[in-house]
Design a binder for this molecule. Structure first.
Ligand code: BES
Ligand code: MN
Ligand code: ZN
Length: 510
């Protein structure tokens, strides 16, 4: 639990264990910061910082032992980097600084902190966005997956009391930003928790139940869960095929967020929900197969986004569909060479059972495209090692034919911190997935390489001409290095992105 209050300061008037000064790169301490240091430290801070070669670089933080009213306290100087870049770049620096503070606080075992904030103008953003981003970063940085570590000494603090120091004129806007930041941060962490849970603790039925439970908690959400028999009768051959090697039954979950206005724009989100991906008969190598418990990160992001949206109540309707299954080899598993019928009647040849994500997304995309009149349709999936190899852990790939939709997604990525990079999506690649025996093949031909792109062309067959975009989060959803506000494990990639995207939705122009 994070408890946050806003105070007009000065910072040293508030009793706490740690006092945090945010320091831009190569910038002298402000008079206010010097005043705080003077009250708490027996030596001049400026001189000490110079001696330690502290430049205010992002990810740097130095700590001092101070005294306040006869009690020990800490003074932390955290670098926020140069404040001269684009505003979204500066916000990211701020997130990393906040994440760094939490990491240092964990080590020092202090949980009652005063953030002596810089003015939001320095970041080129509104006070509302400023507070929201700080709070999301705190929530994300304090997340830990510790429920299976029985030695509690290995857990770090989960409860923090924060005091944000800012001029009184900003308090109201900051307060509103905090409220929204808490909601978004909780939803990001919810998605991370589902991803971090081992497959035995989060089965397809289990994830569907969680979506259902979530929908029950909000008047504006509804949820329909289709079970195996219905999935079969509906003709979702891809989802049935992928699930058939496992004893865990598949689920197809459709959630709706109702803004109250039927004529409001309607956006469809589809998330890949493979609770474990062994590869099936085209089995994966042993190394890092454990990470495939995270192969439902797309579904988690979509479901958790619905929770955040239910709180934030945008004037827009949202449909979230998640096909969920476990991909295992067994005597009943699909075999290379099998052909399946998808929900829209198209067939696909399964040449590799490890390319299972597109098979289940095909059914979900065509279901949503058929049953809803959508202004845009976006799917999100840990789809290809190819995307992860191309872009690494910091950018997810995006493909699609609507430039306007892709640009909106990329902008939302820049603002939210869940960054996207477009991959080429020209028809040159289309023939890669041609099949001699079915409508499409579930892997691209070798000559075309570009597996992330050819996967996109497979999915395009099922988006039925909707303005559609596909996000490949294989590289960004798990084990992302060098981000102070992550901590190994899952990242919740997609939740911040979708919330920003939905809250700033503009009609497409192409
Ligand atoms: N879930 C994997 C993709 C993945 C790989 C996610 C690494 C995260 C980290 C997906 O189902 C898969 O196995 N894709 C194959 C496709 C190939 C067989 C065409 C891949 O990328 O190797
Ligand atoms: Mn796979
Ligand atoms: Zn997969």
């Amino acid at each position: 639990m994070i408890t946050i209050s806003i105070n007009k300061g000065p910072a040293y008037e508030v009793g706490a264990e740690g006092y945090v000064l945010f320091c831009p790169a190569d910038t002298a301490l402000s008079l206010e910061q010097q005043a705080v240091a003077k009250k708490l430290l027996p030596v001049p801070l400026e001189h000490e910082l110079k001696r330690m070669h502290f430049t205010g670089a992002v990810d740097s933080c130095v700590e001092f032992l101070g005294v306040r009213n006869g009690e020990a306290c800490r003074l932390l100087c955290v670098g926020v980097g140069a404040l001269s870049g684009k505003s979204y770049v500066r916000i990211e620096q701020l997130r990393r600084a906040v994440g760094r503070v939490i990491r240092v606080a964990e080590r020092l075992k202090i949980t009652k902190l005063v953030f002596d904030l810089l003015h939001p103008d320095l970041f080129g953003i509104e006070p509302f966005v400023y507070a929201k981003e700080i709070v999301i970063a705190v929530e994300m940085a304090t997340y830990q997956f510790n429920q299976f570590i029985t030695d509690e000494k290995r857990h770090v603090a989960e409860d923090y009391t924060l005091f944000l120091i800012a001029p009184e004129s900003l308090h109201e806007m900051l307060e509103a930003g905090i409220e929204q930041g808490v909601r978004i941060g909780h939803s990001v962490n919810q998605a991370r928790h589902w991803c971090d849970l081992p497959a035995a603790y989060l089965t397809p039925a289990g994830l569907a139940e969680r979506a259902e439970a979530l929908a029950h908690a909000y008047d504006t959400l509804s949820c329909t869960v289709f079970k195996k028999q219905e999935i079969l009768e509906m003709g979702m051959g891809g989802l049935i095929a992928v699930a058939q090697g496992s004893e865990q039954e598949p689920r197809f979950v459709v959630m709706e967020y109702h803004s109250g206005d039927k004529n409001a724009p309607t956006i469809g989100l589809v998330g890949k929900g493979i609770t474990f991906d062994s590869g099936g008969l085209s089995i994966k190598p042993a190394a890092r197969m454990d990470e495939m418990k995270d192969d439902m990160a797309g579904a988690a992001a979509v479901i958790a986004t619905m929770q955040a949206i239910a709180h934030l109540k945008p004037h827009i309707n949202v449909i979230a569909a998640t096909p969920i299954a476990e991909n295992l080899p067994s005597g009943s598993a699909i075999k290379p060479g099998d052909i399946v019928y998808h929900y829209n009647g198209k067939t696909s040849e399964i040449k590799n059972t490890d390319a299972e994500g597109r098979l289940i997304l095909a059914d979900a995309l065509s279901y949503v495209a058929k049953h809803y009149k959508l202004d845009a349709l976006v799917d999100i999936a840990t789809l290809t090692g190819s995307c992860s190899a191309a872009l690494g852990p910091f950018y997810a790939g995006v493909v699609g034919k609507s430039e306007s939709l892709i640009n909106q997604l990329i902008d939302a990525g820049k603002q939210s911190g869940d960054r996207l990079w477009p991959l080429p999506f020209s028809d040159d690649y289309r023939m890669a997935i041609r099949s001699e025996v079915a409508d499409v093949c579930n892997i691209g031909k070798d000559q075309y390489r570009a597996g992330a792109i050819t996967a996109g062309f497979f999915l395009e067959h099922f988006a039925s001409g909707m303005p559609w975009a596909h996000l490949d989060i294989a590289g960004t959803s798990f084990e992302v290095p060098d981000r102070s506000y992550y901590r190994g494990g899952s990242t919740g990639f997609g939740v911040r992105l979708f919330v920003e995207f939905l809250l700033t939705w503009k009609p497409l122009v192409d």
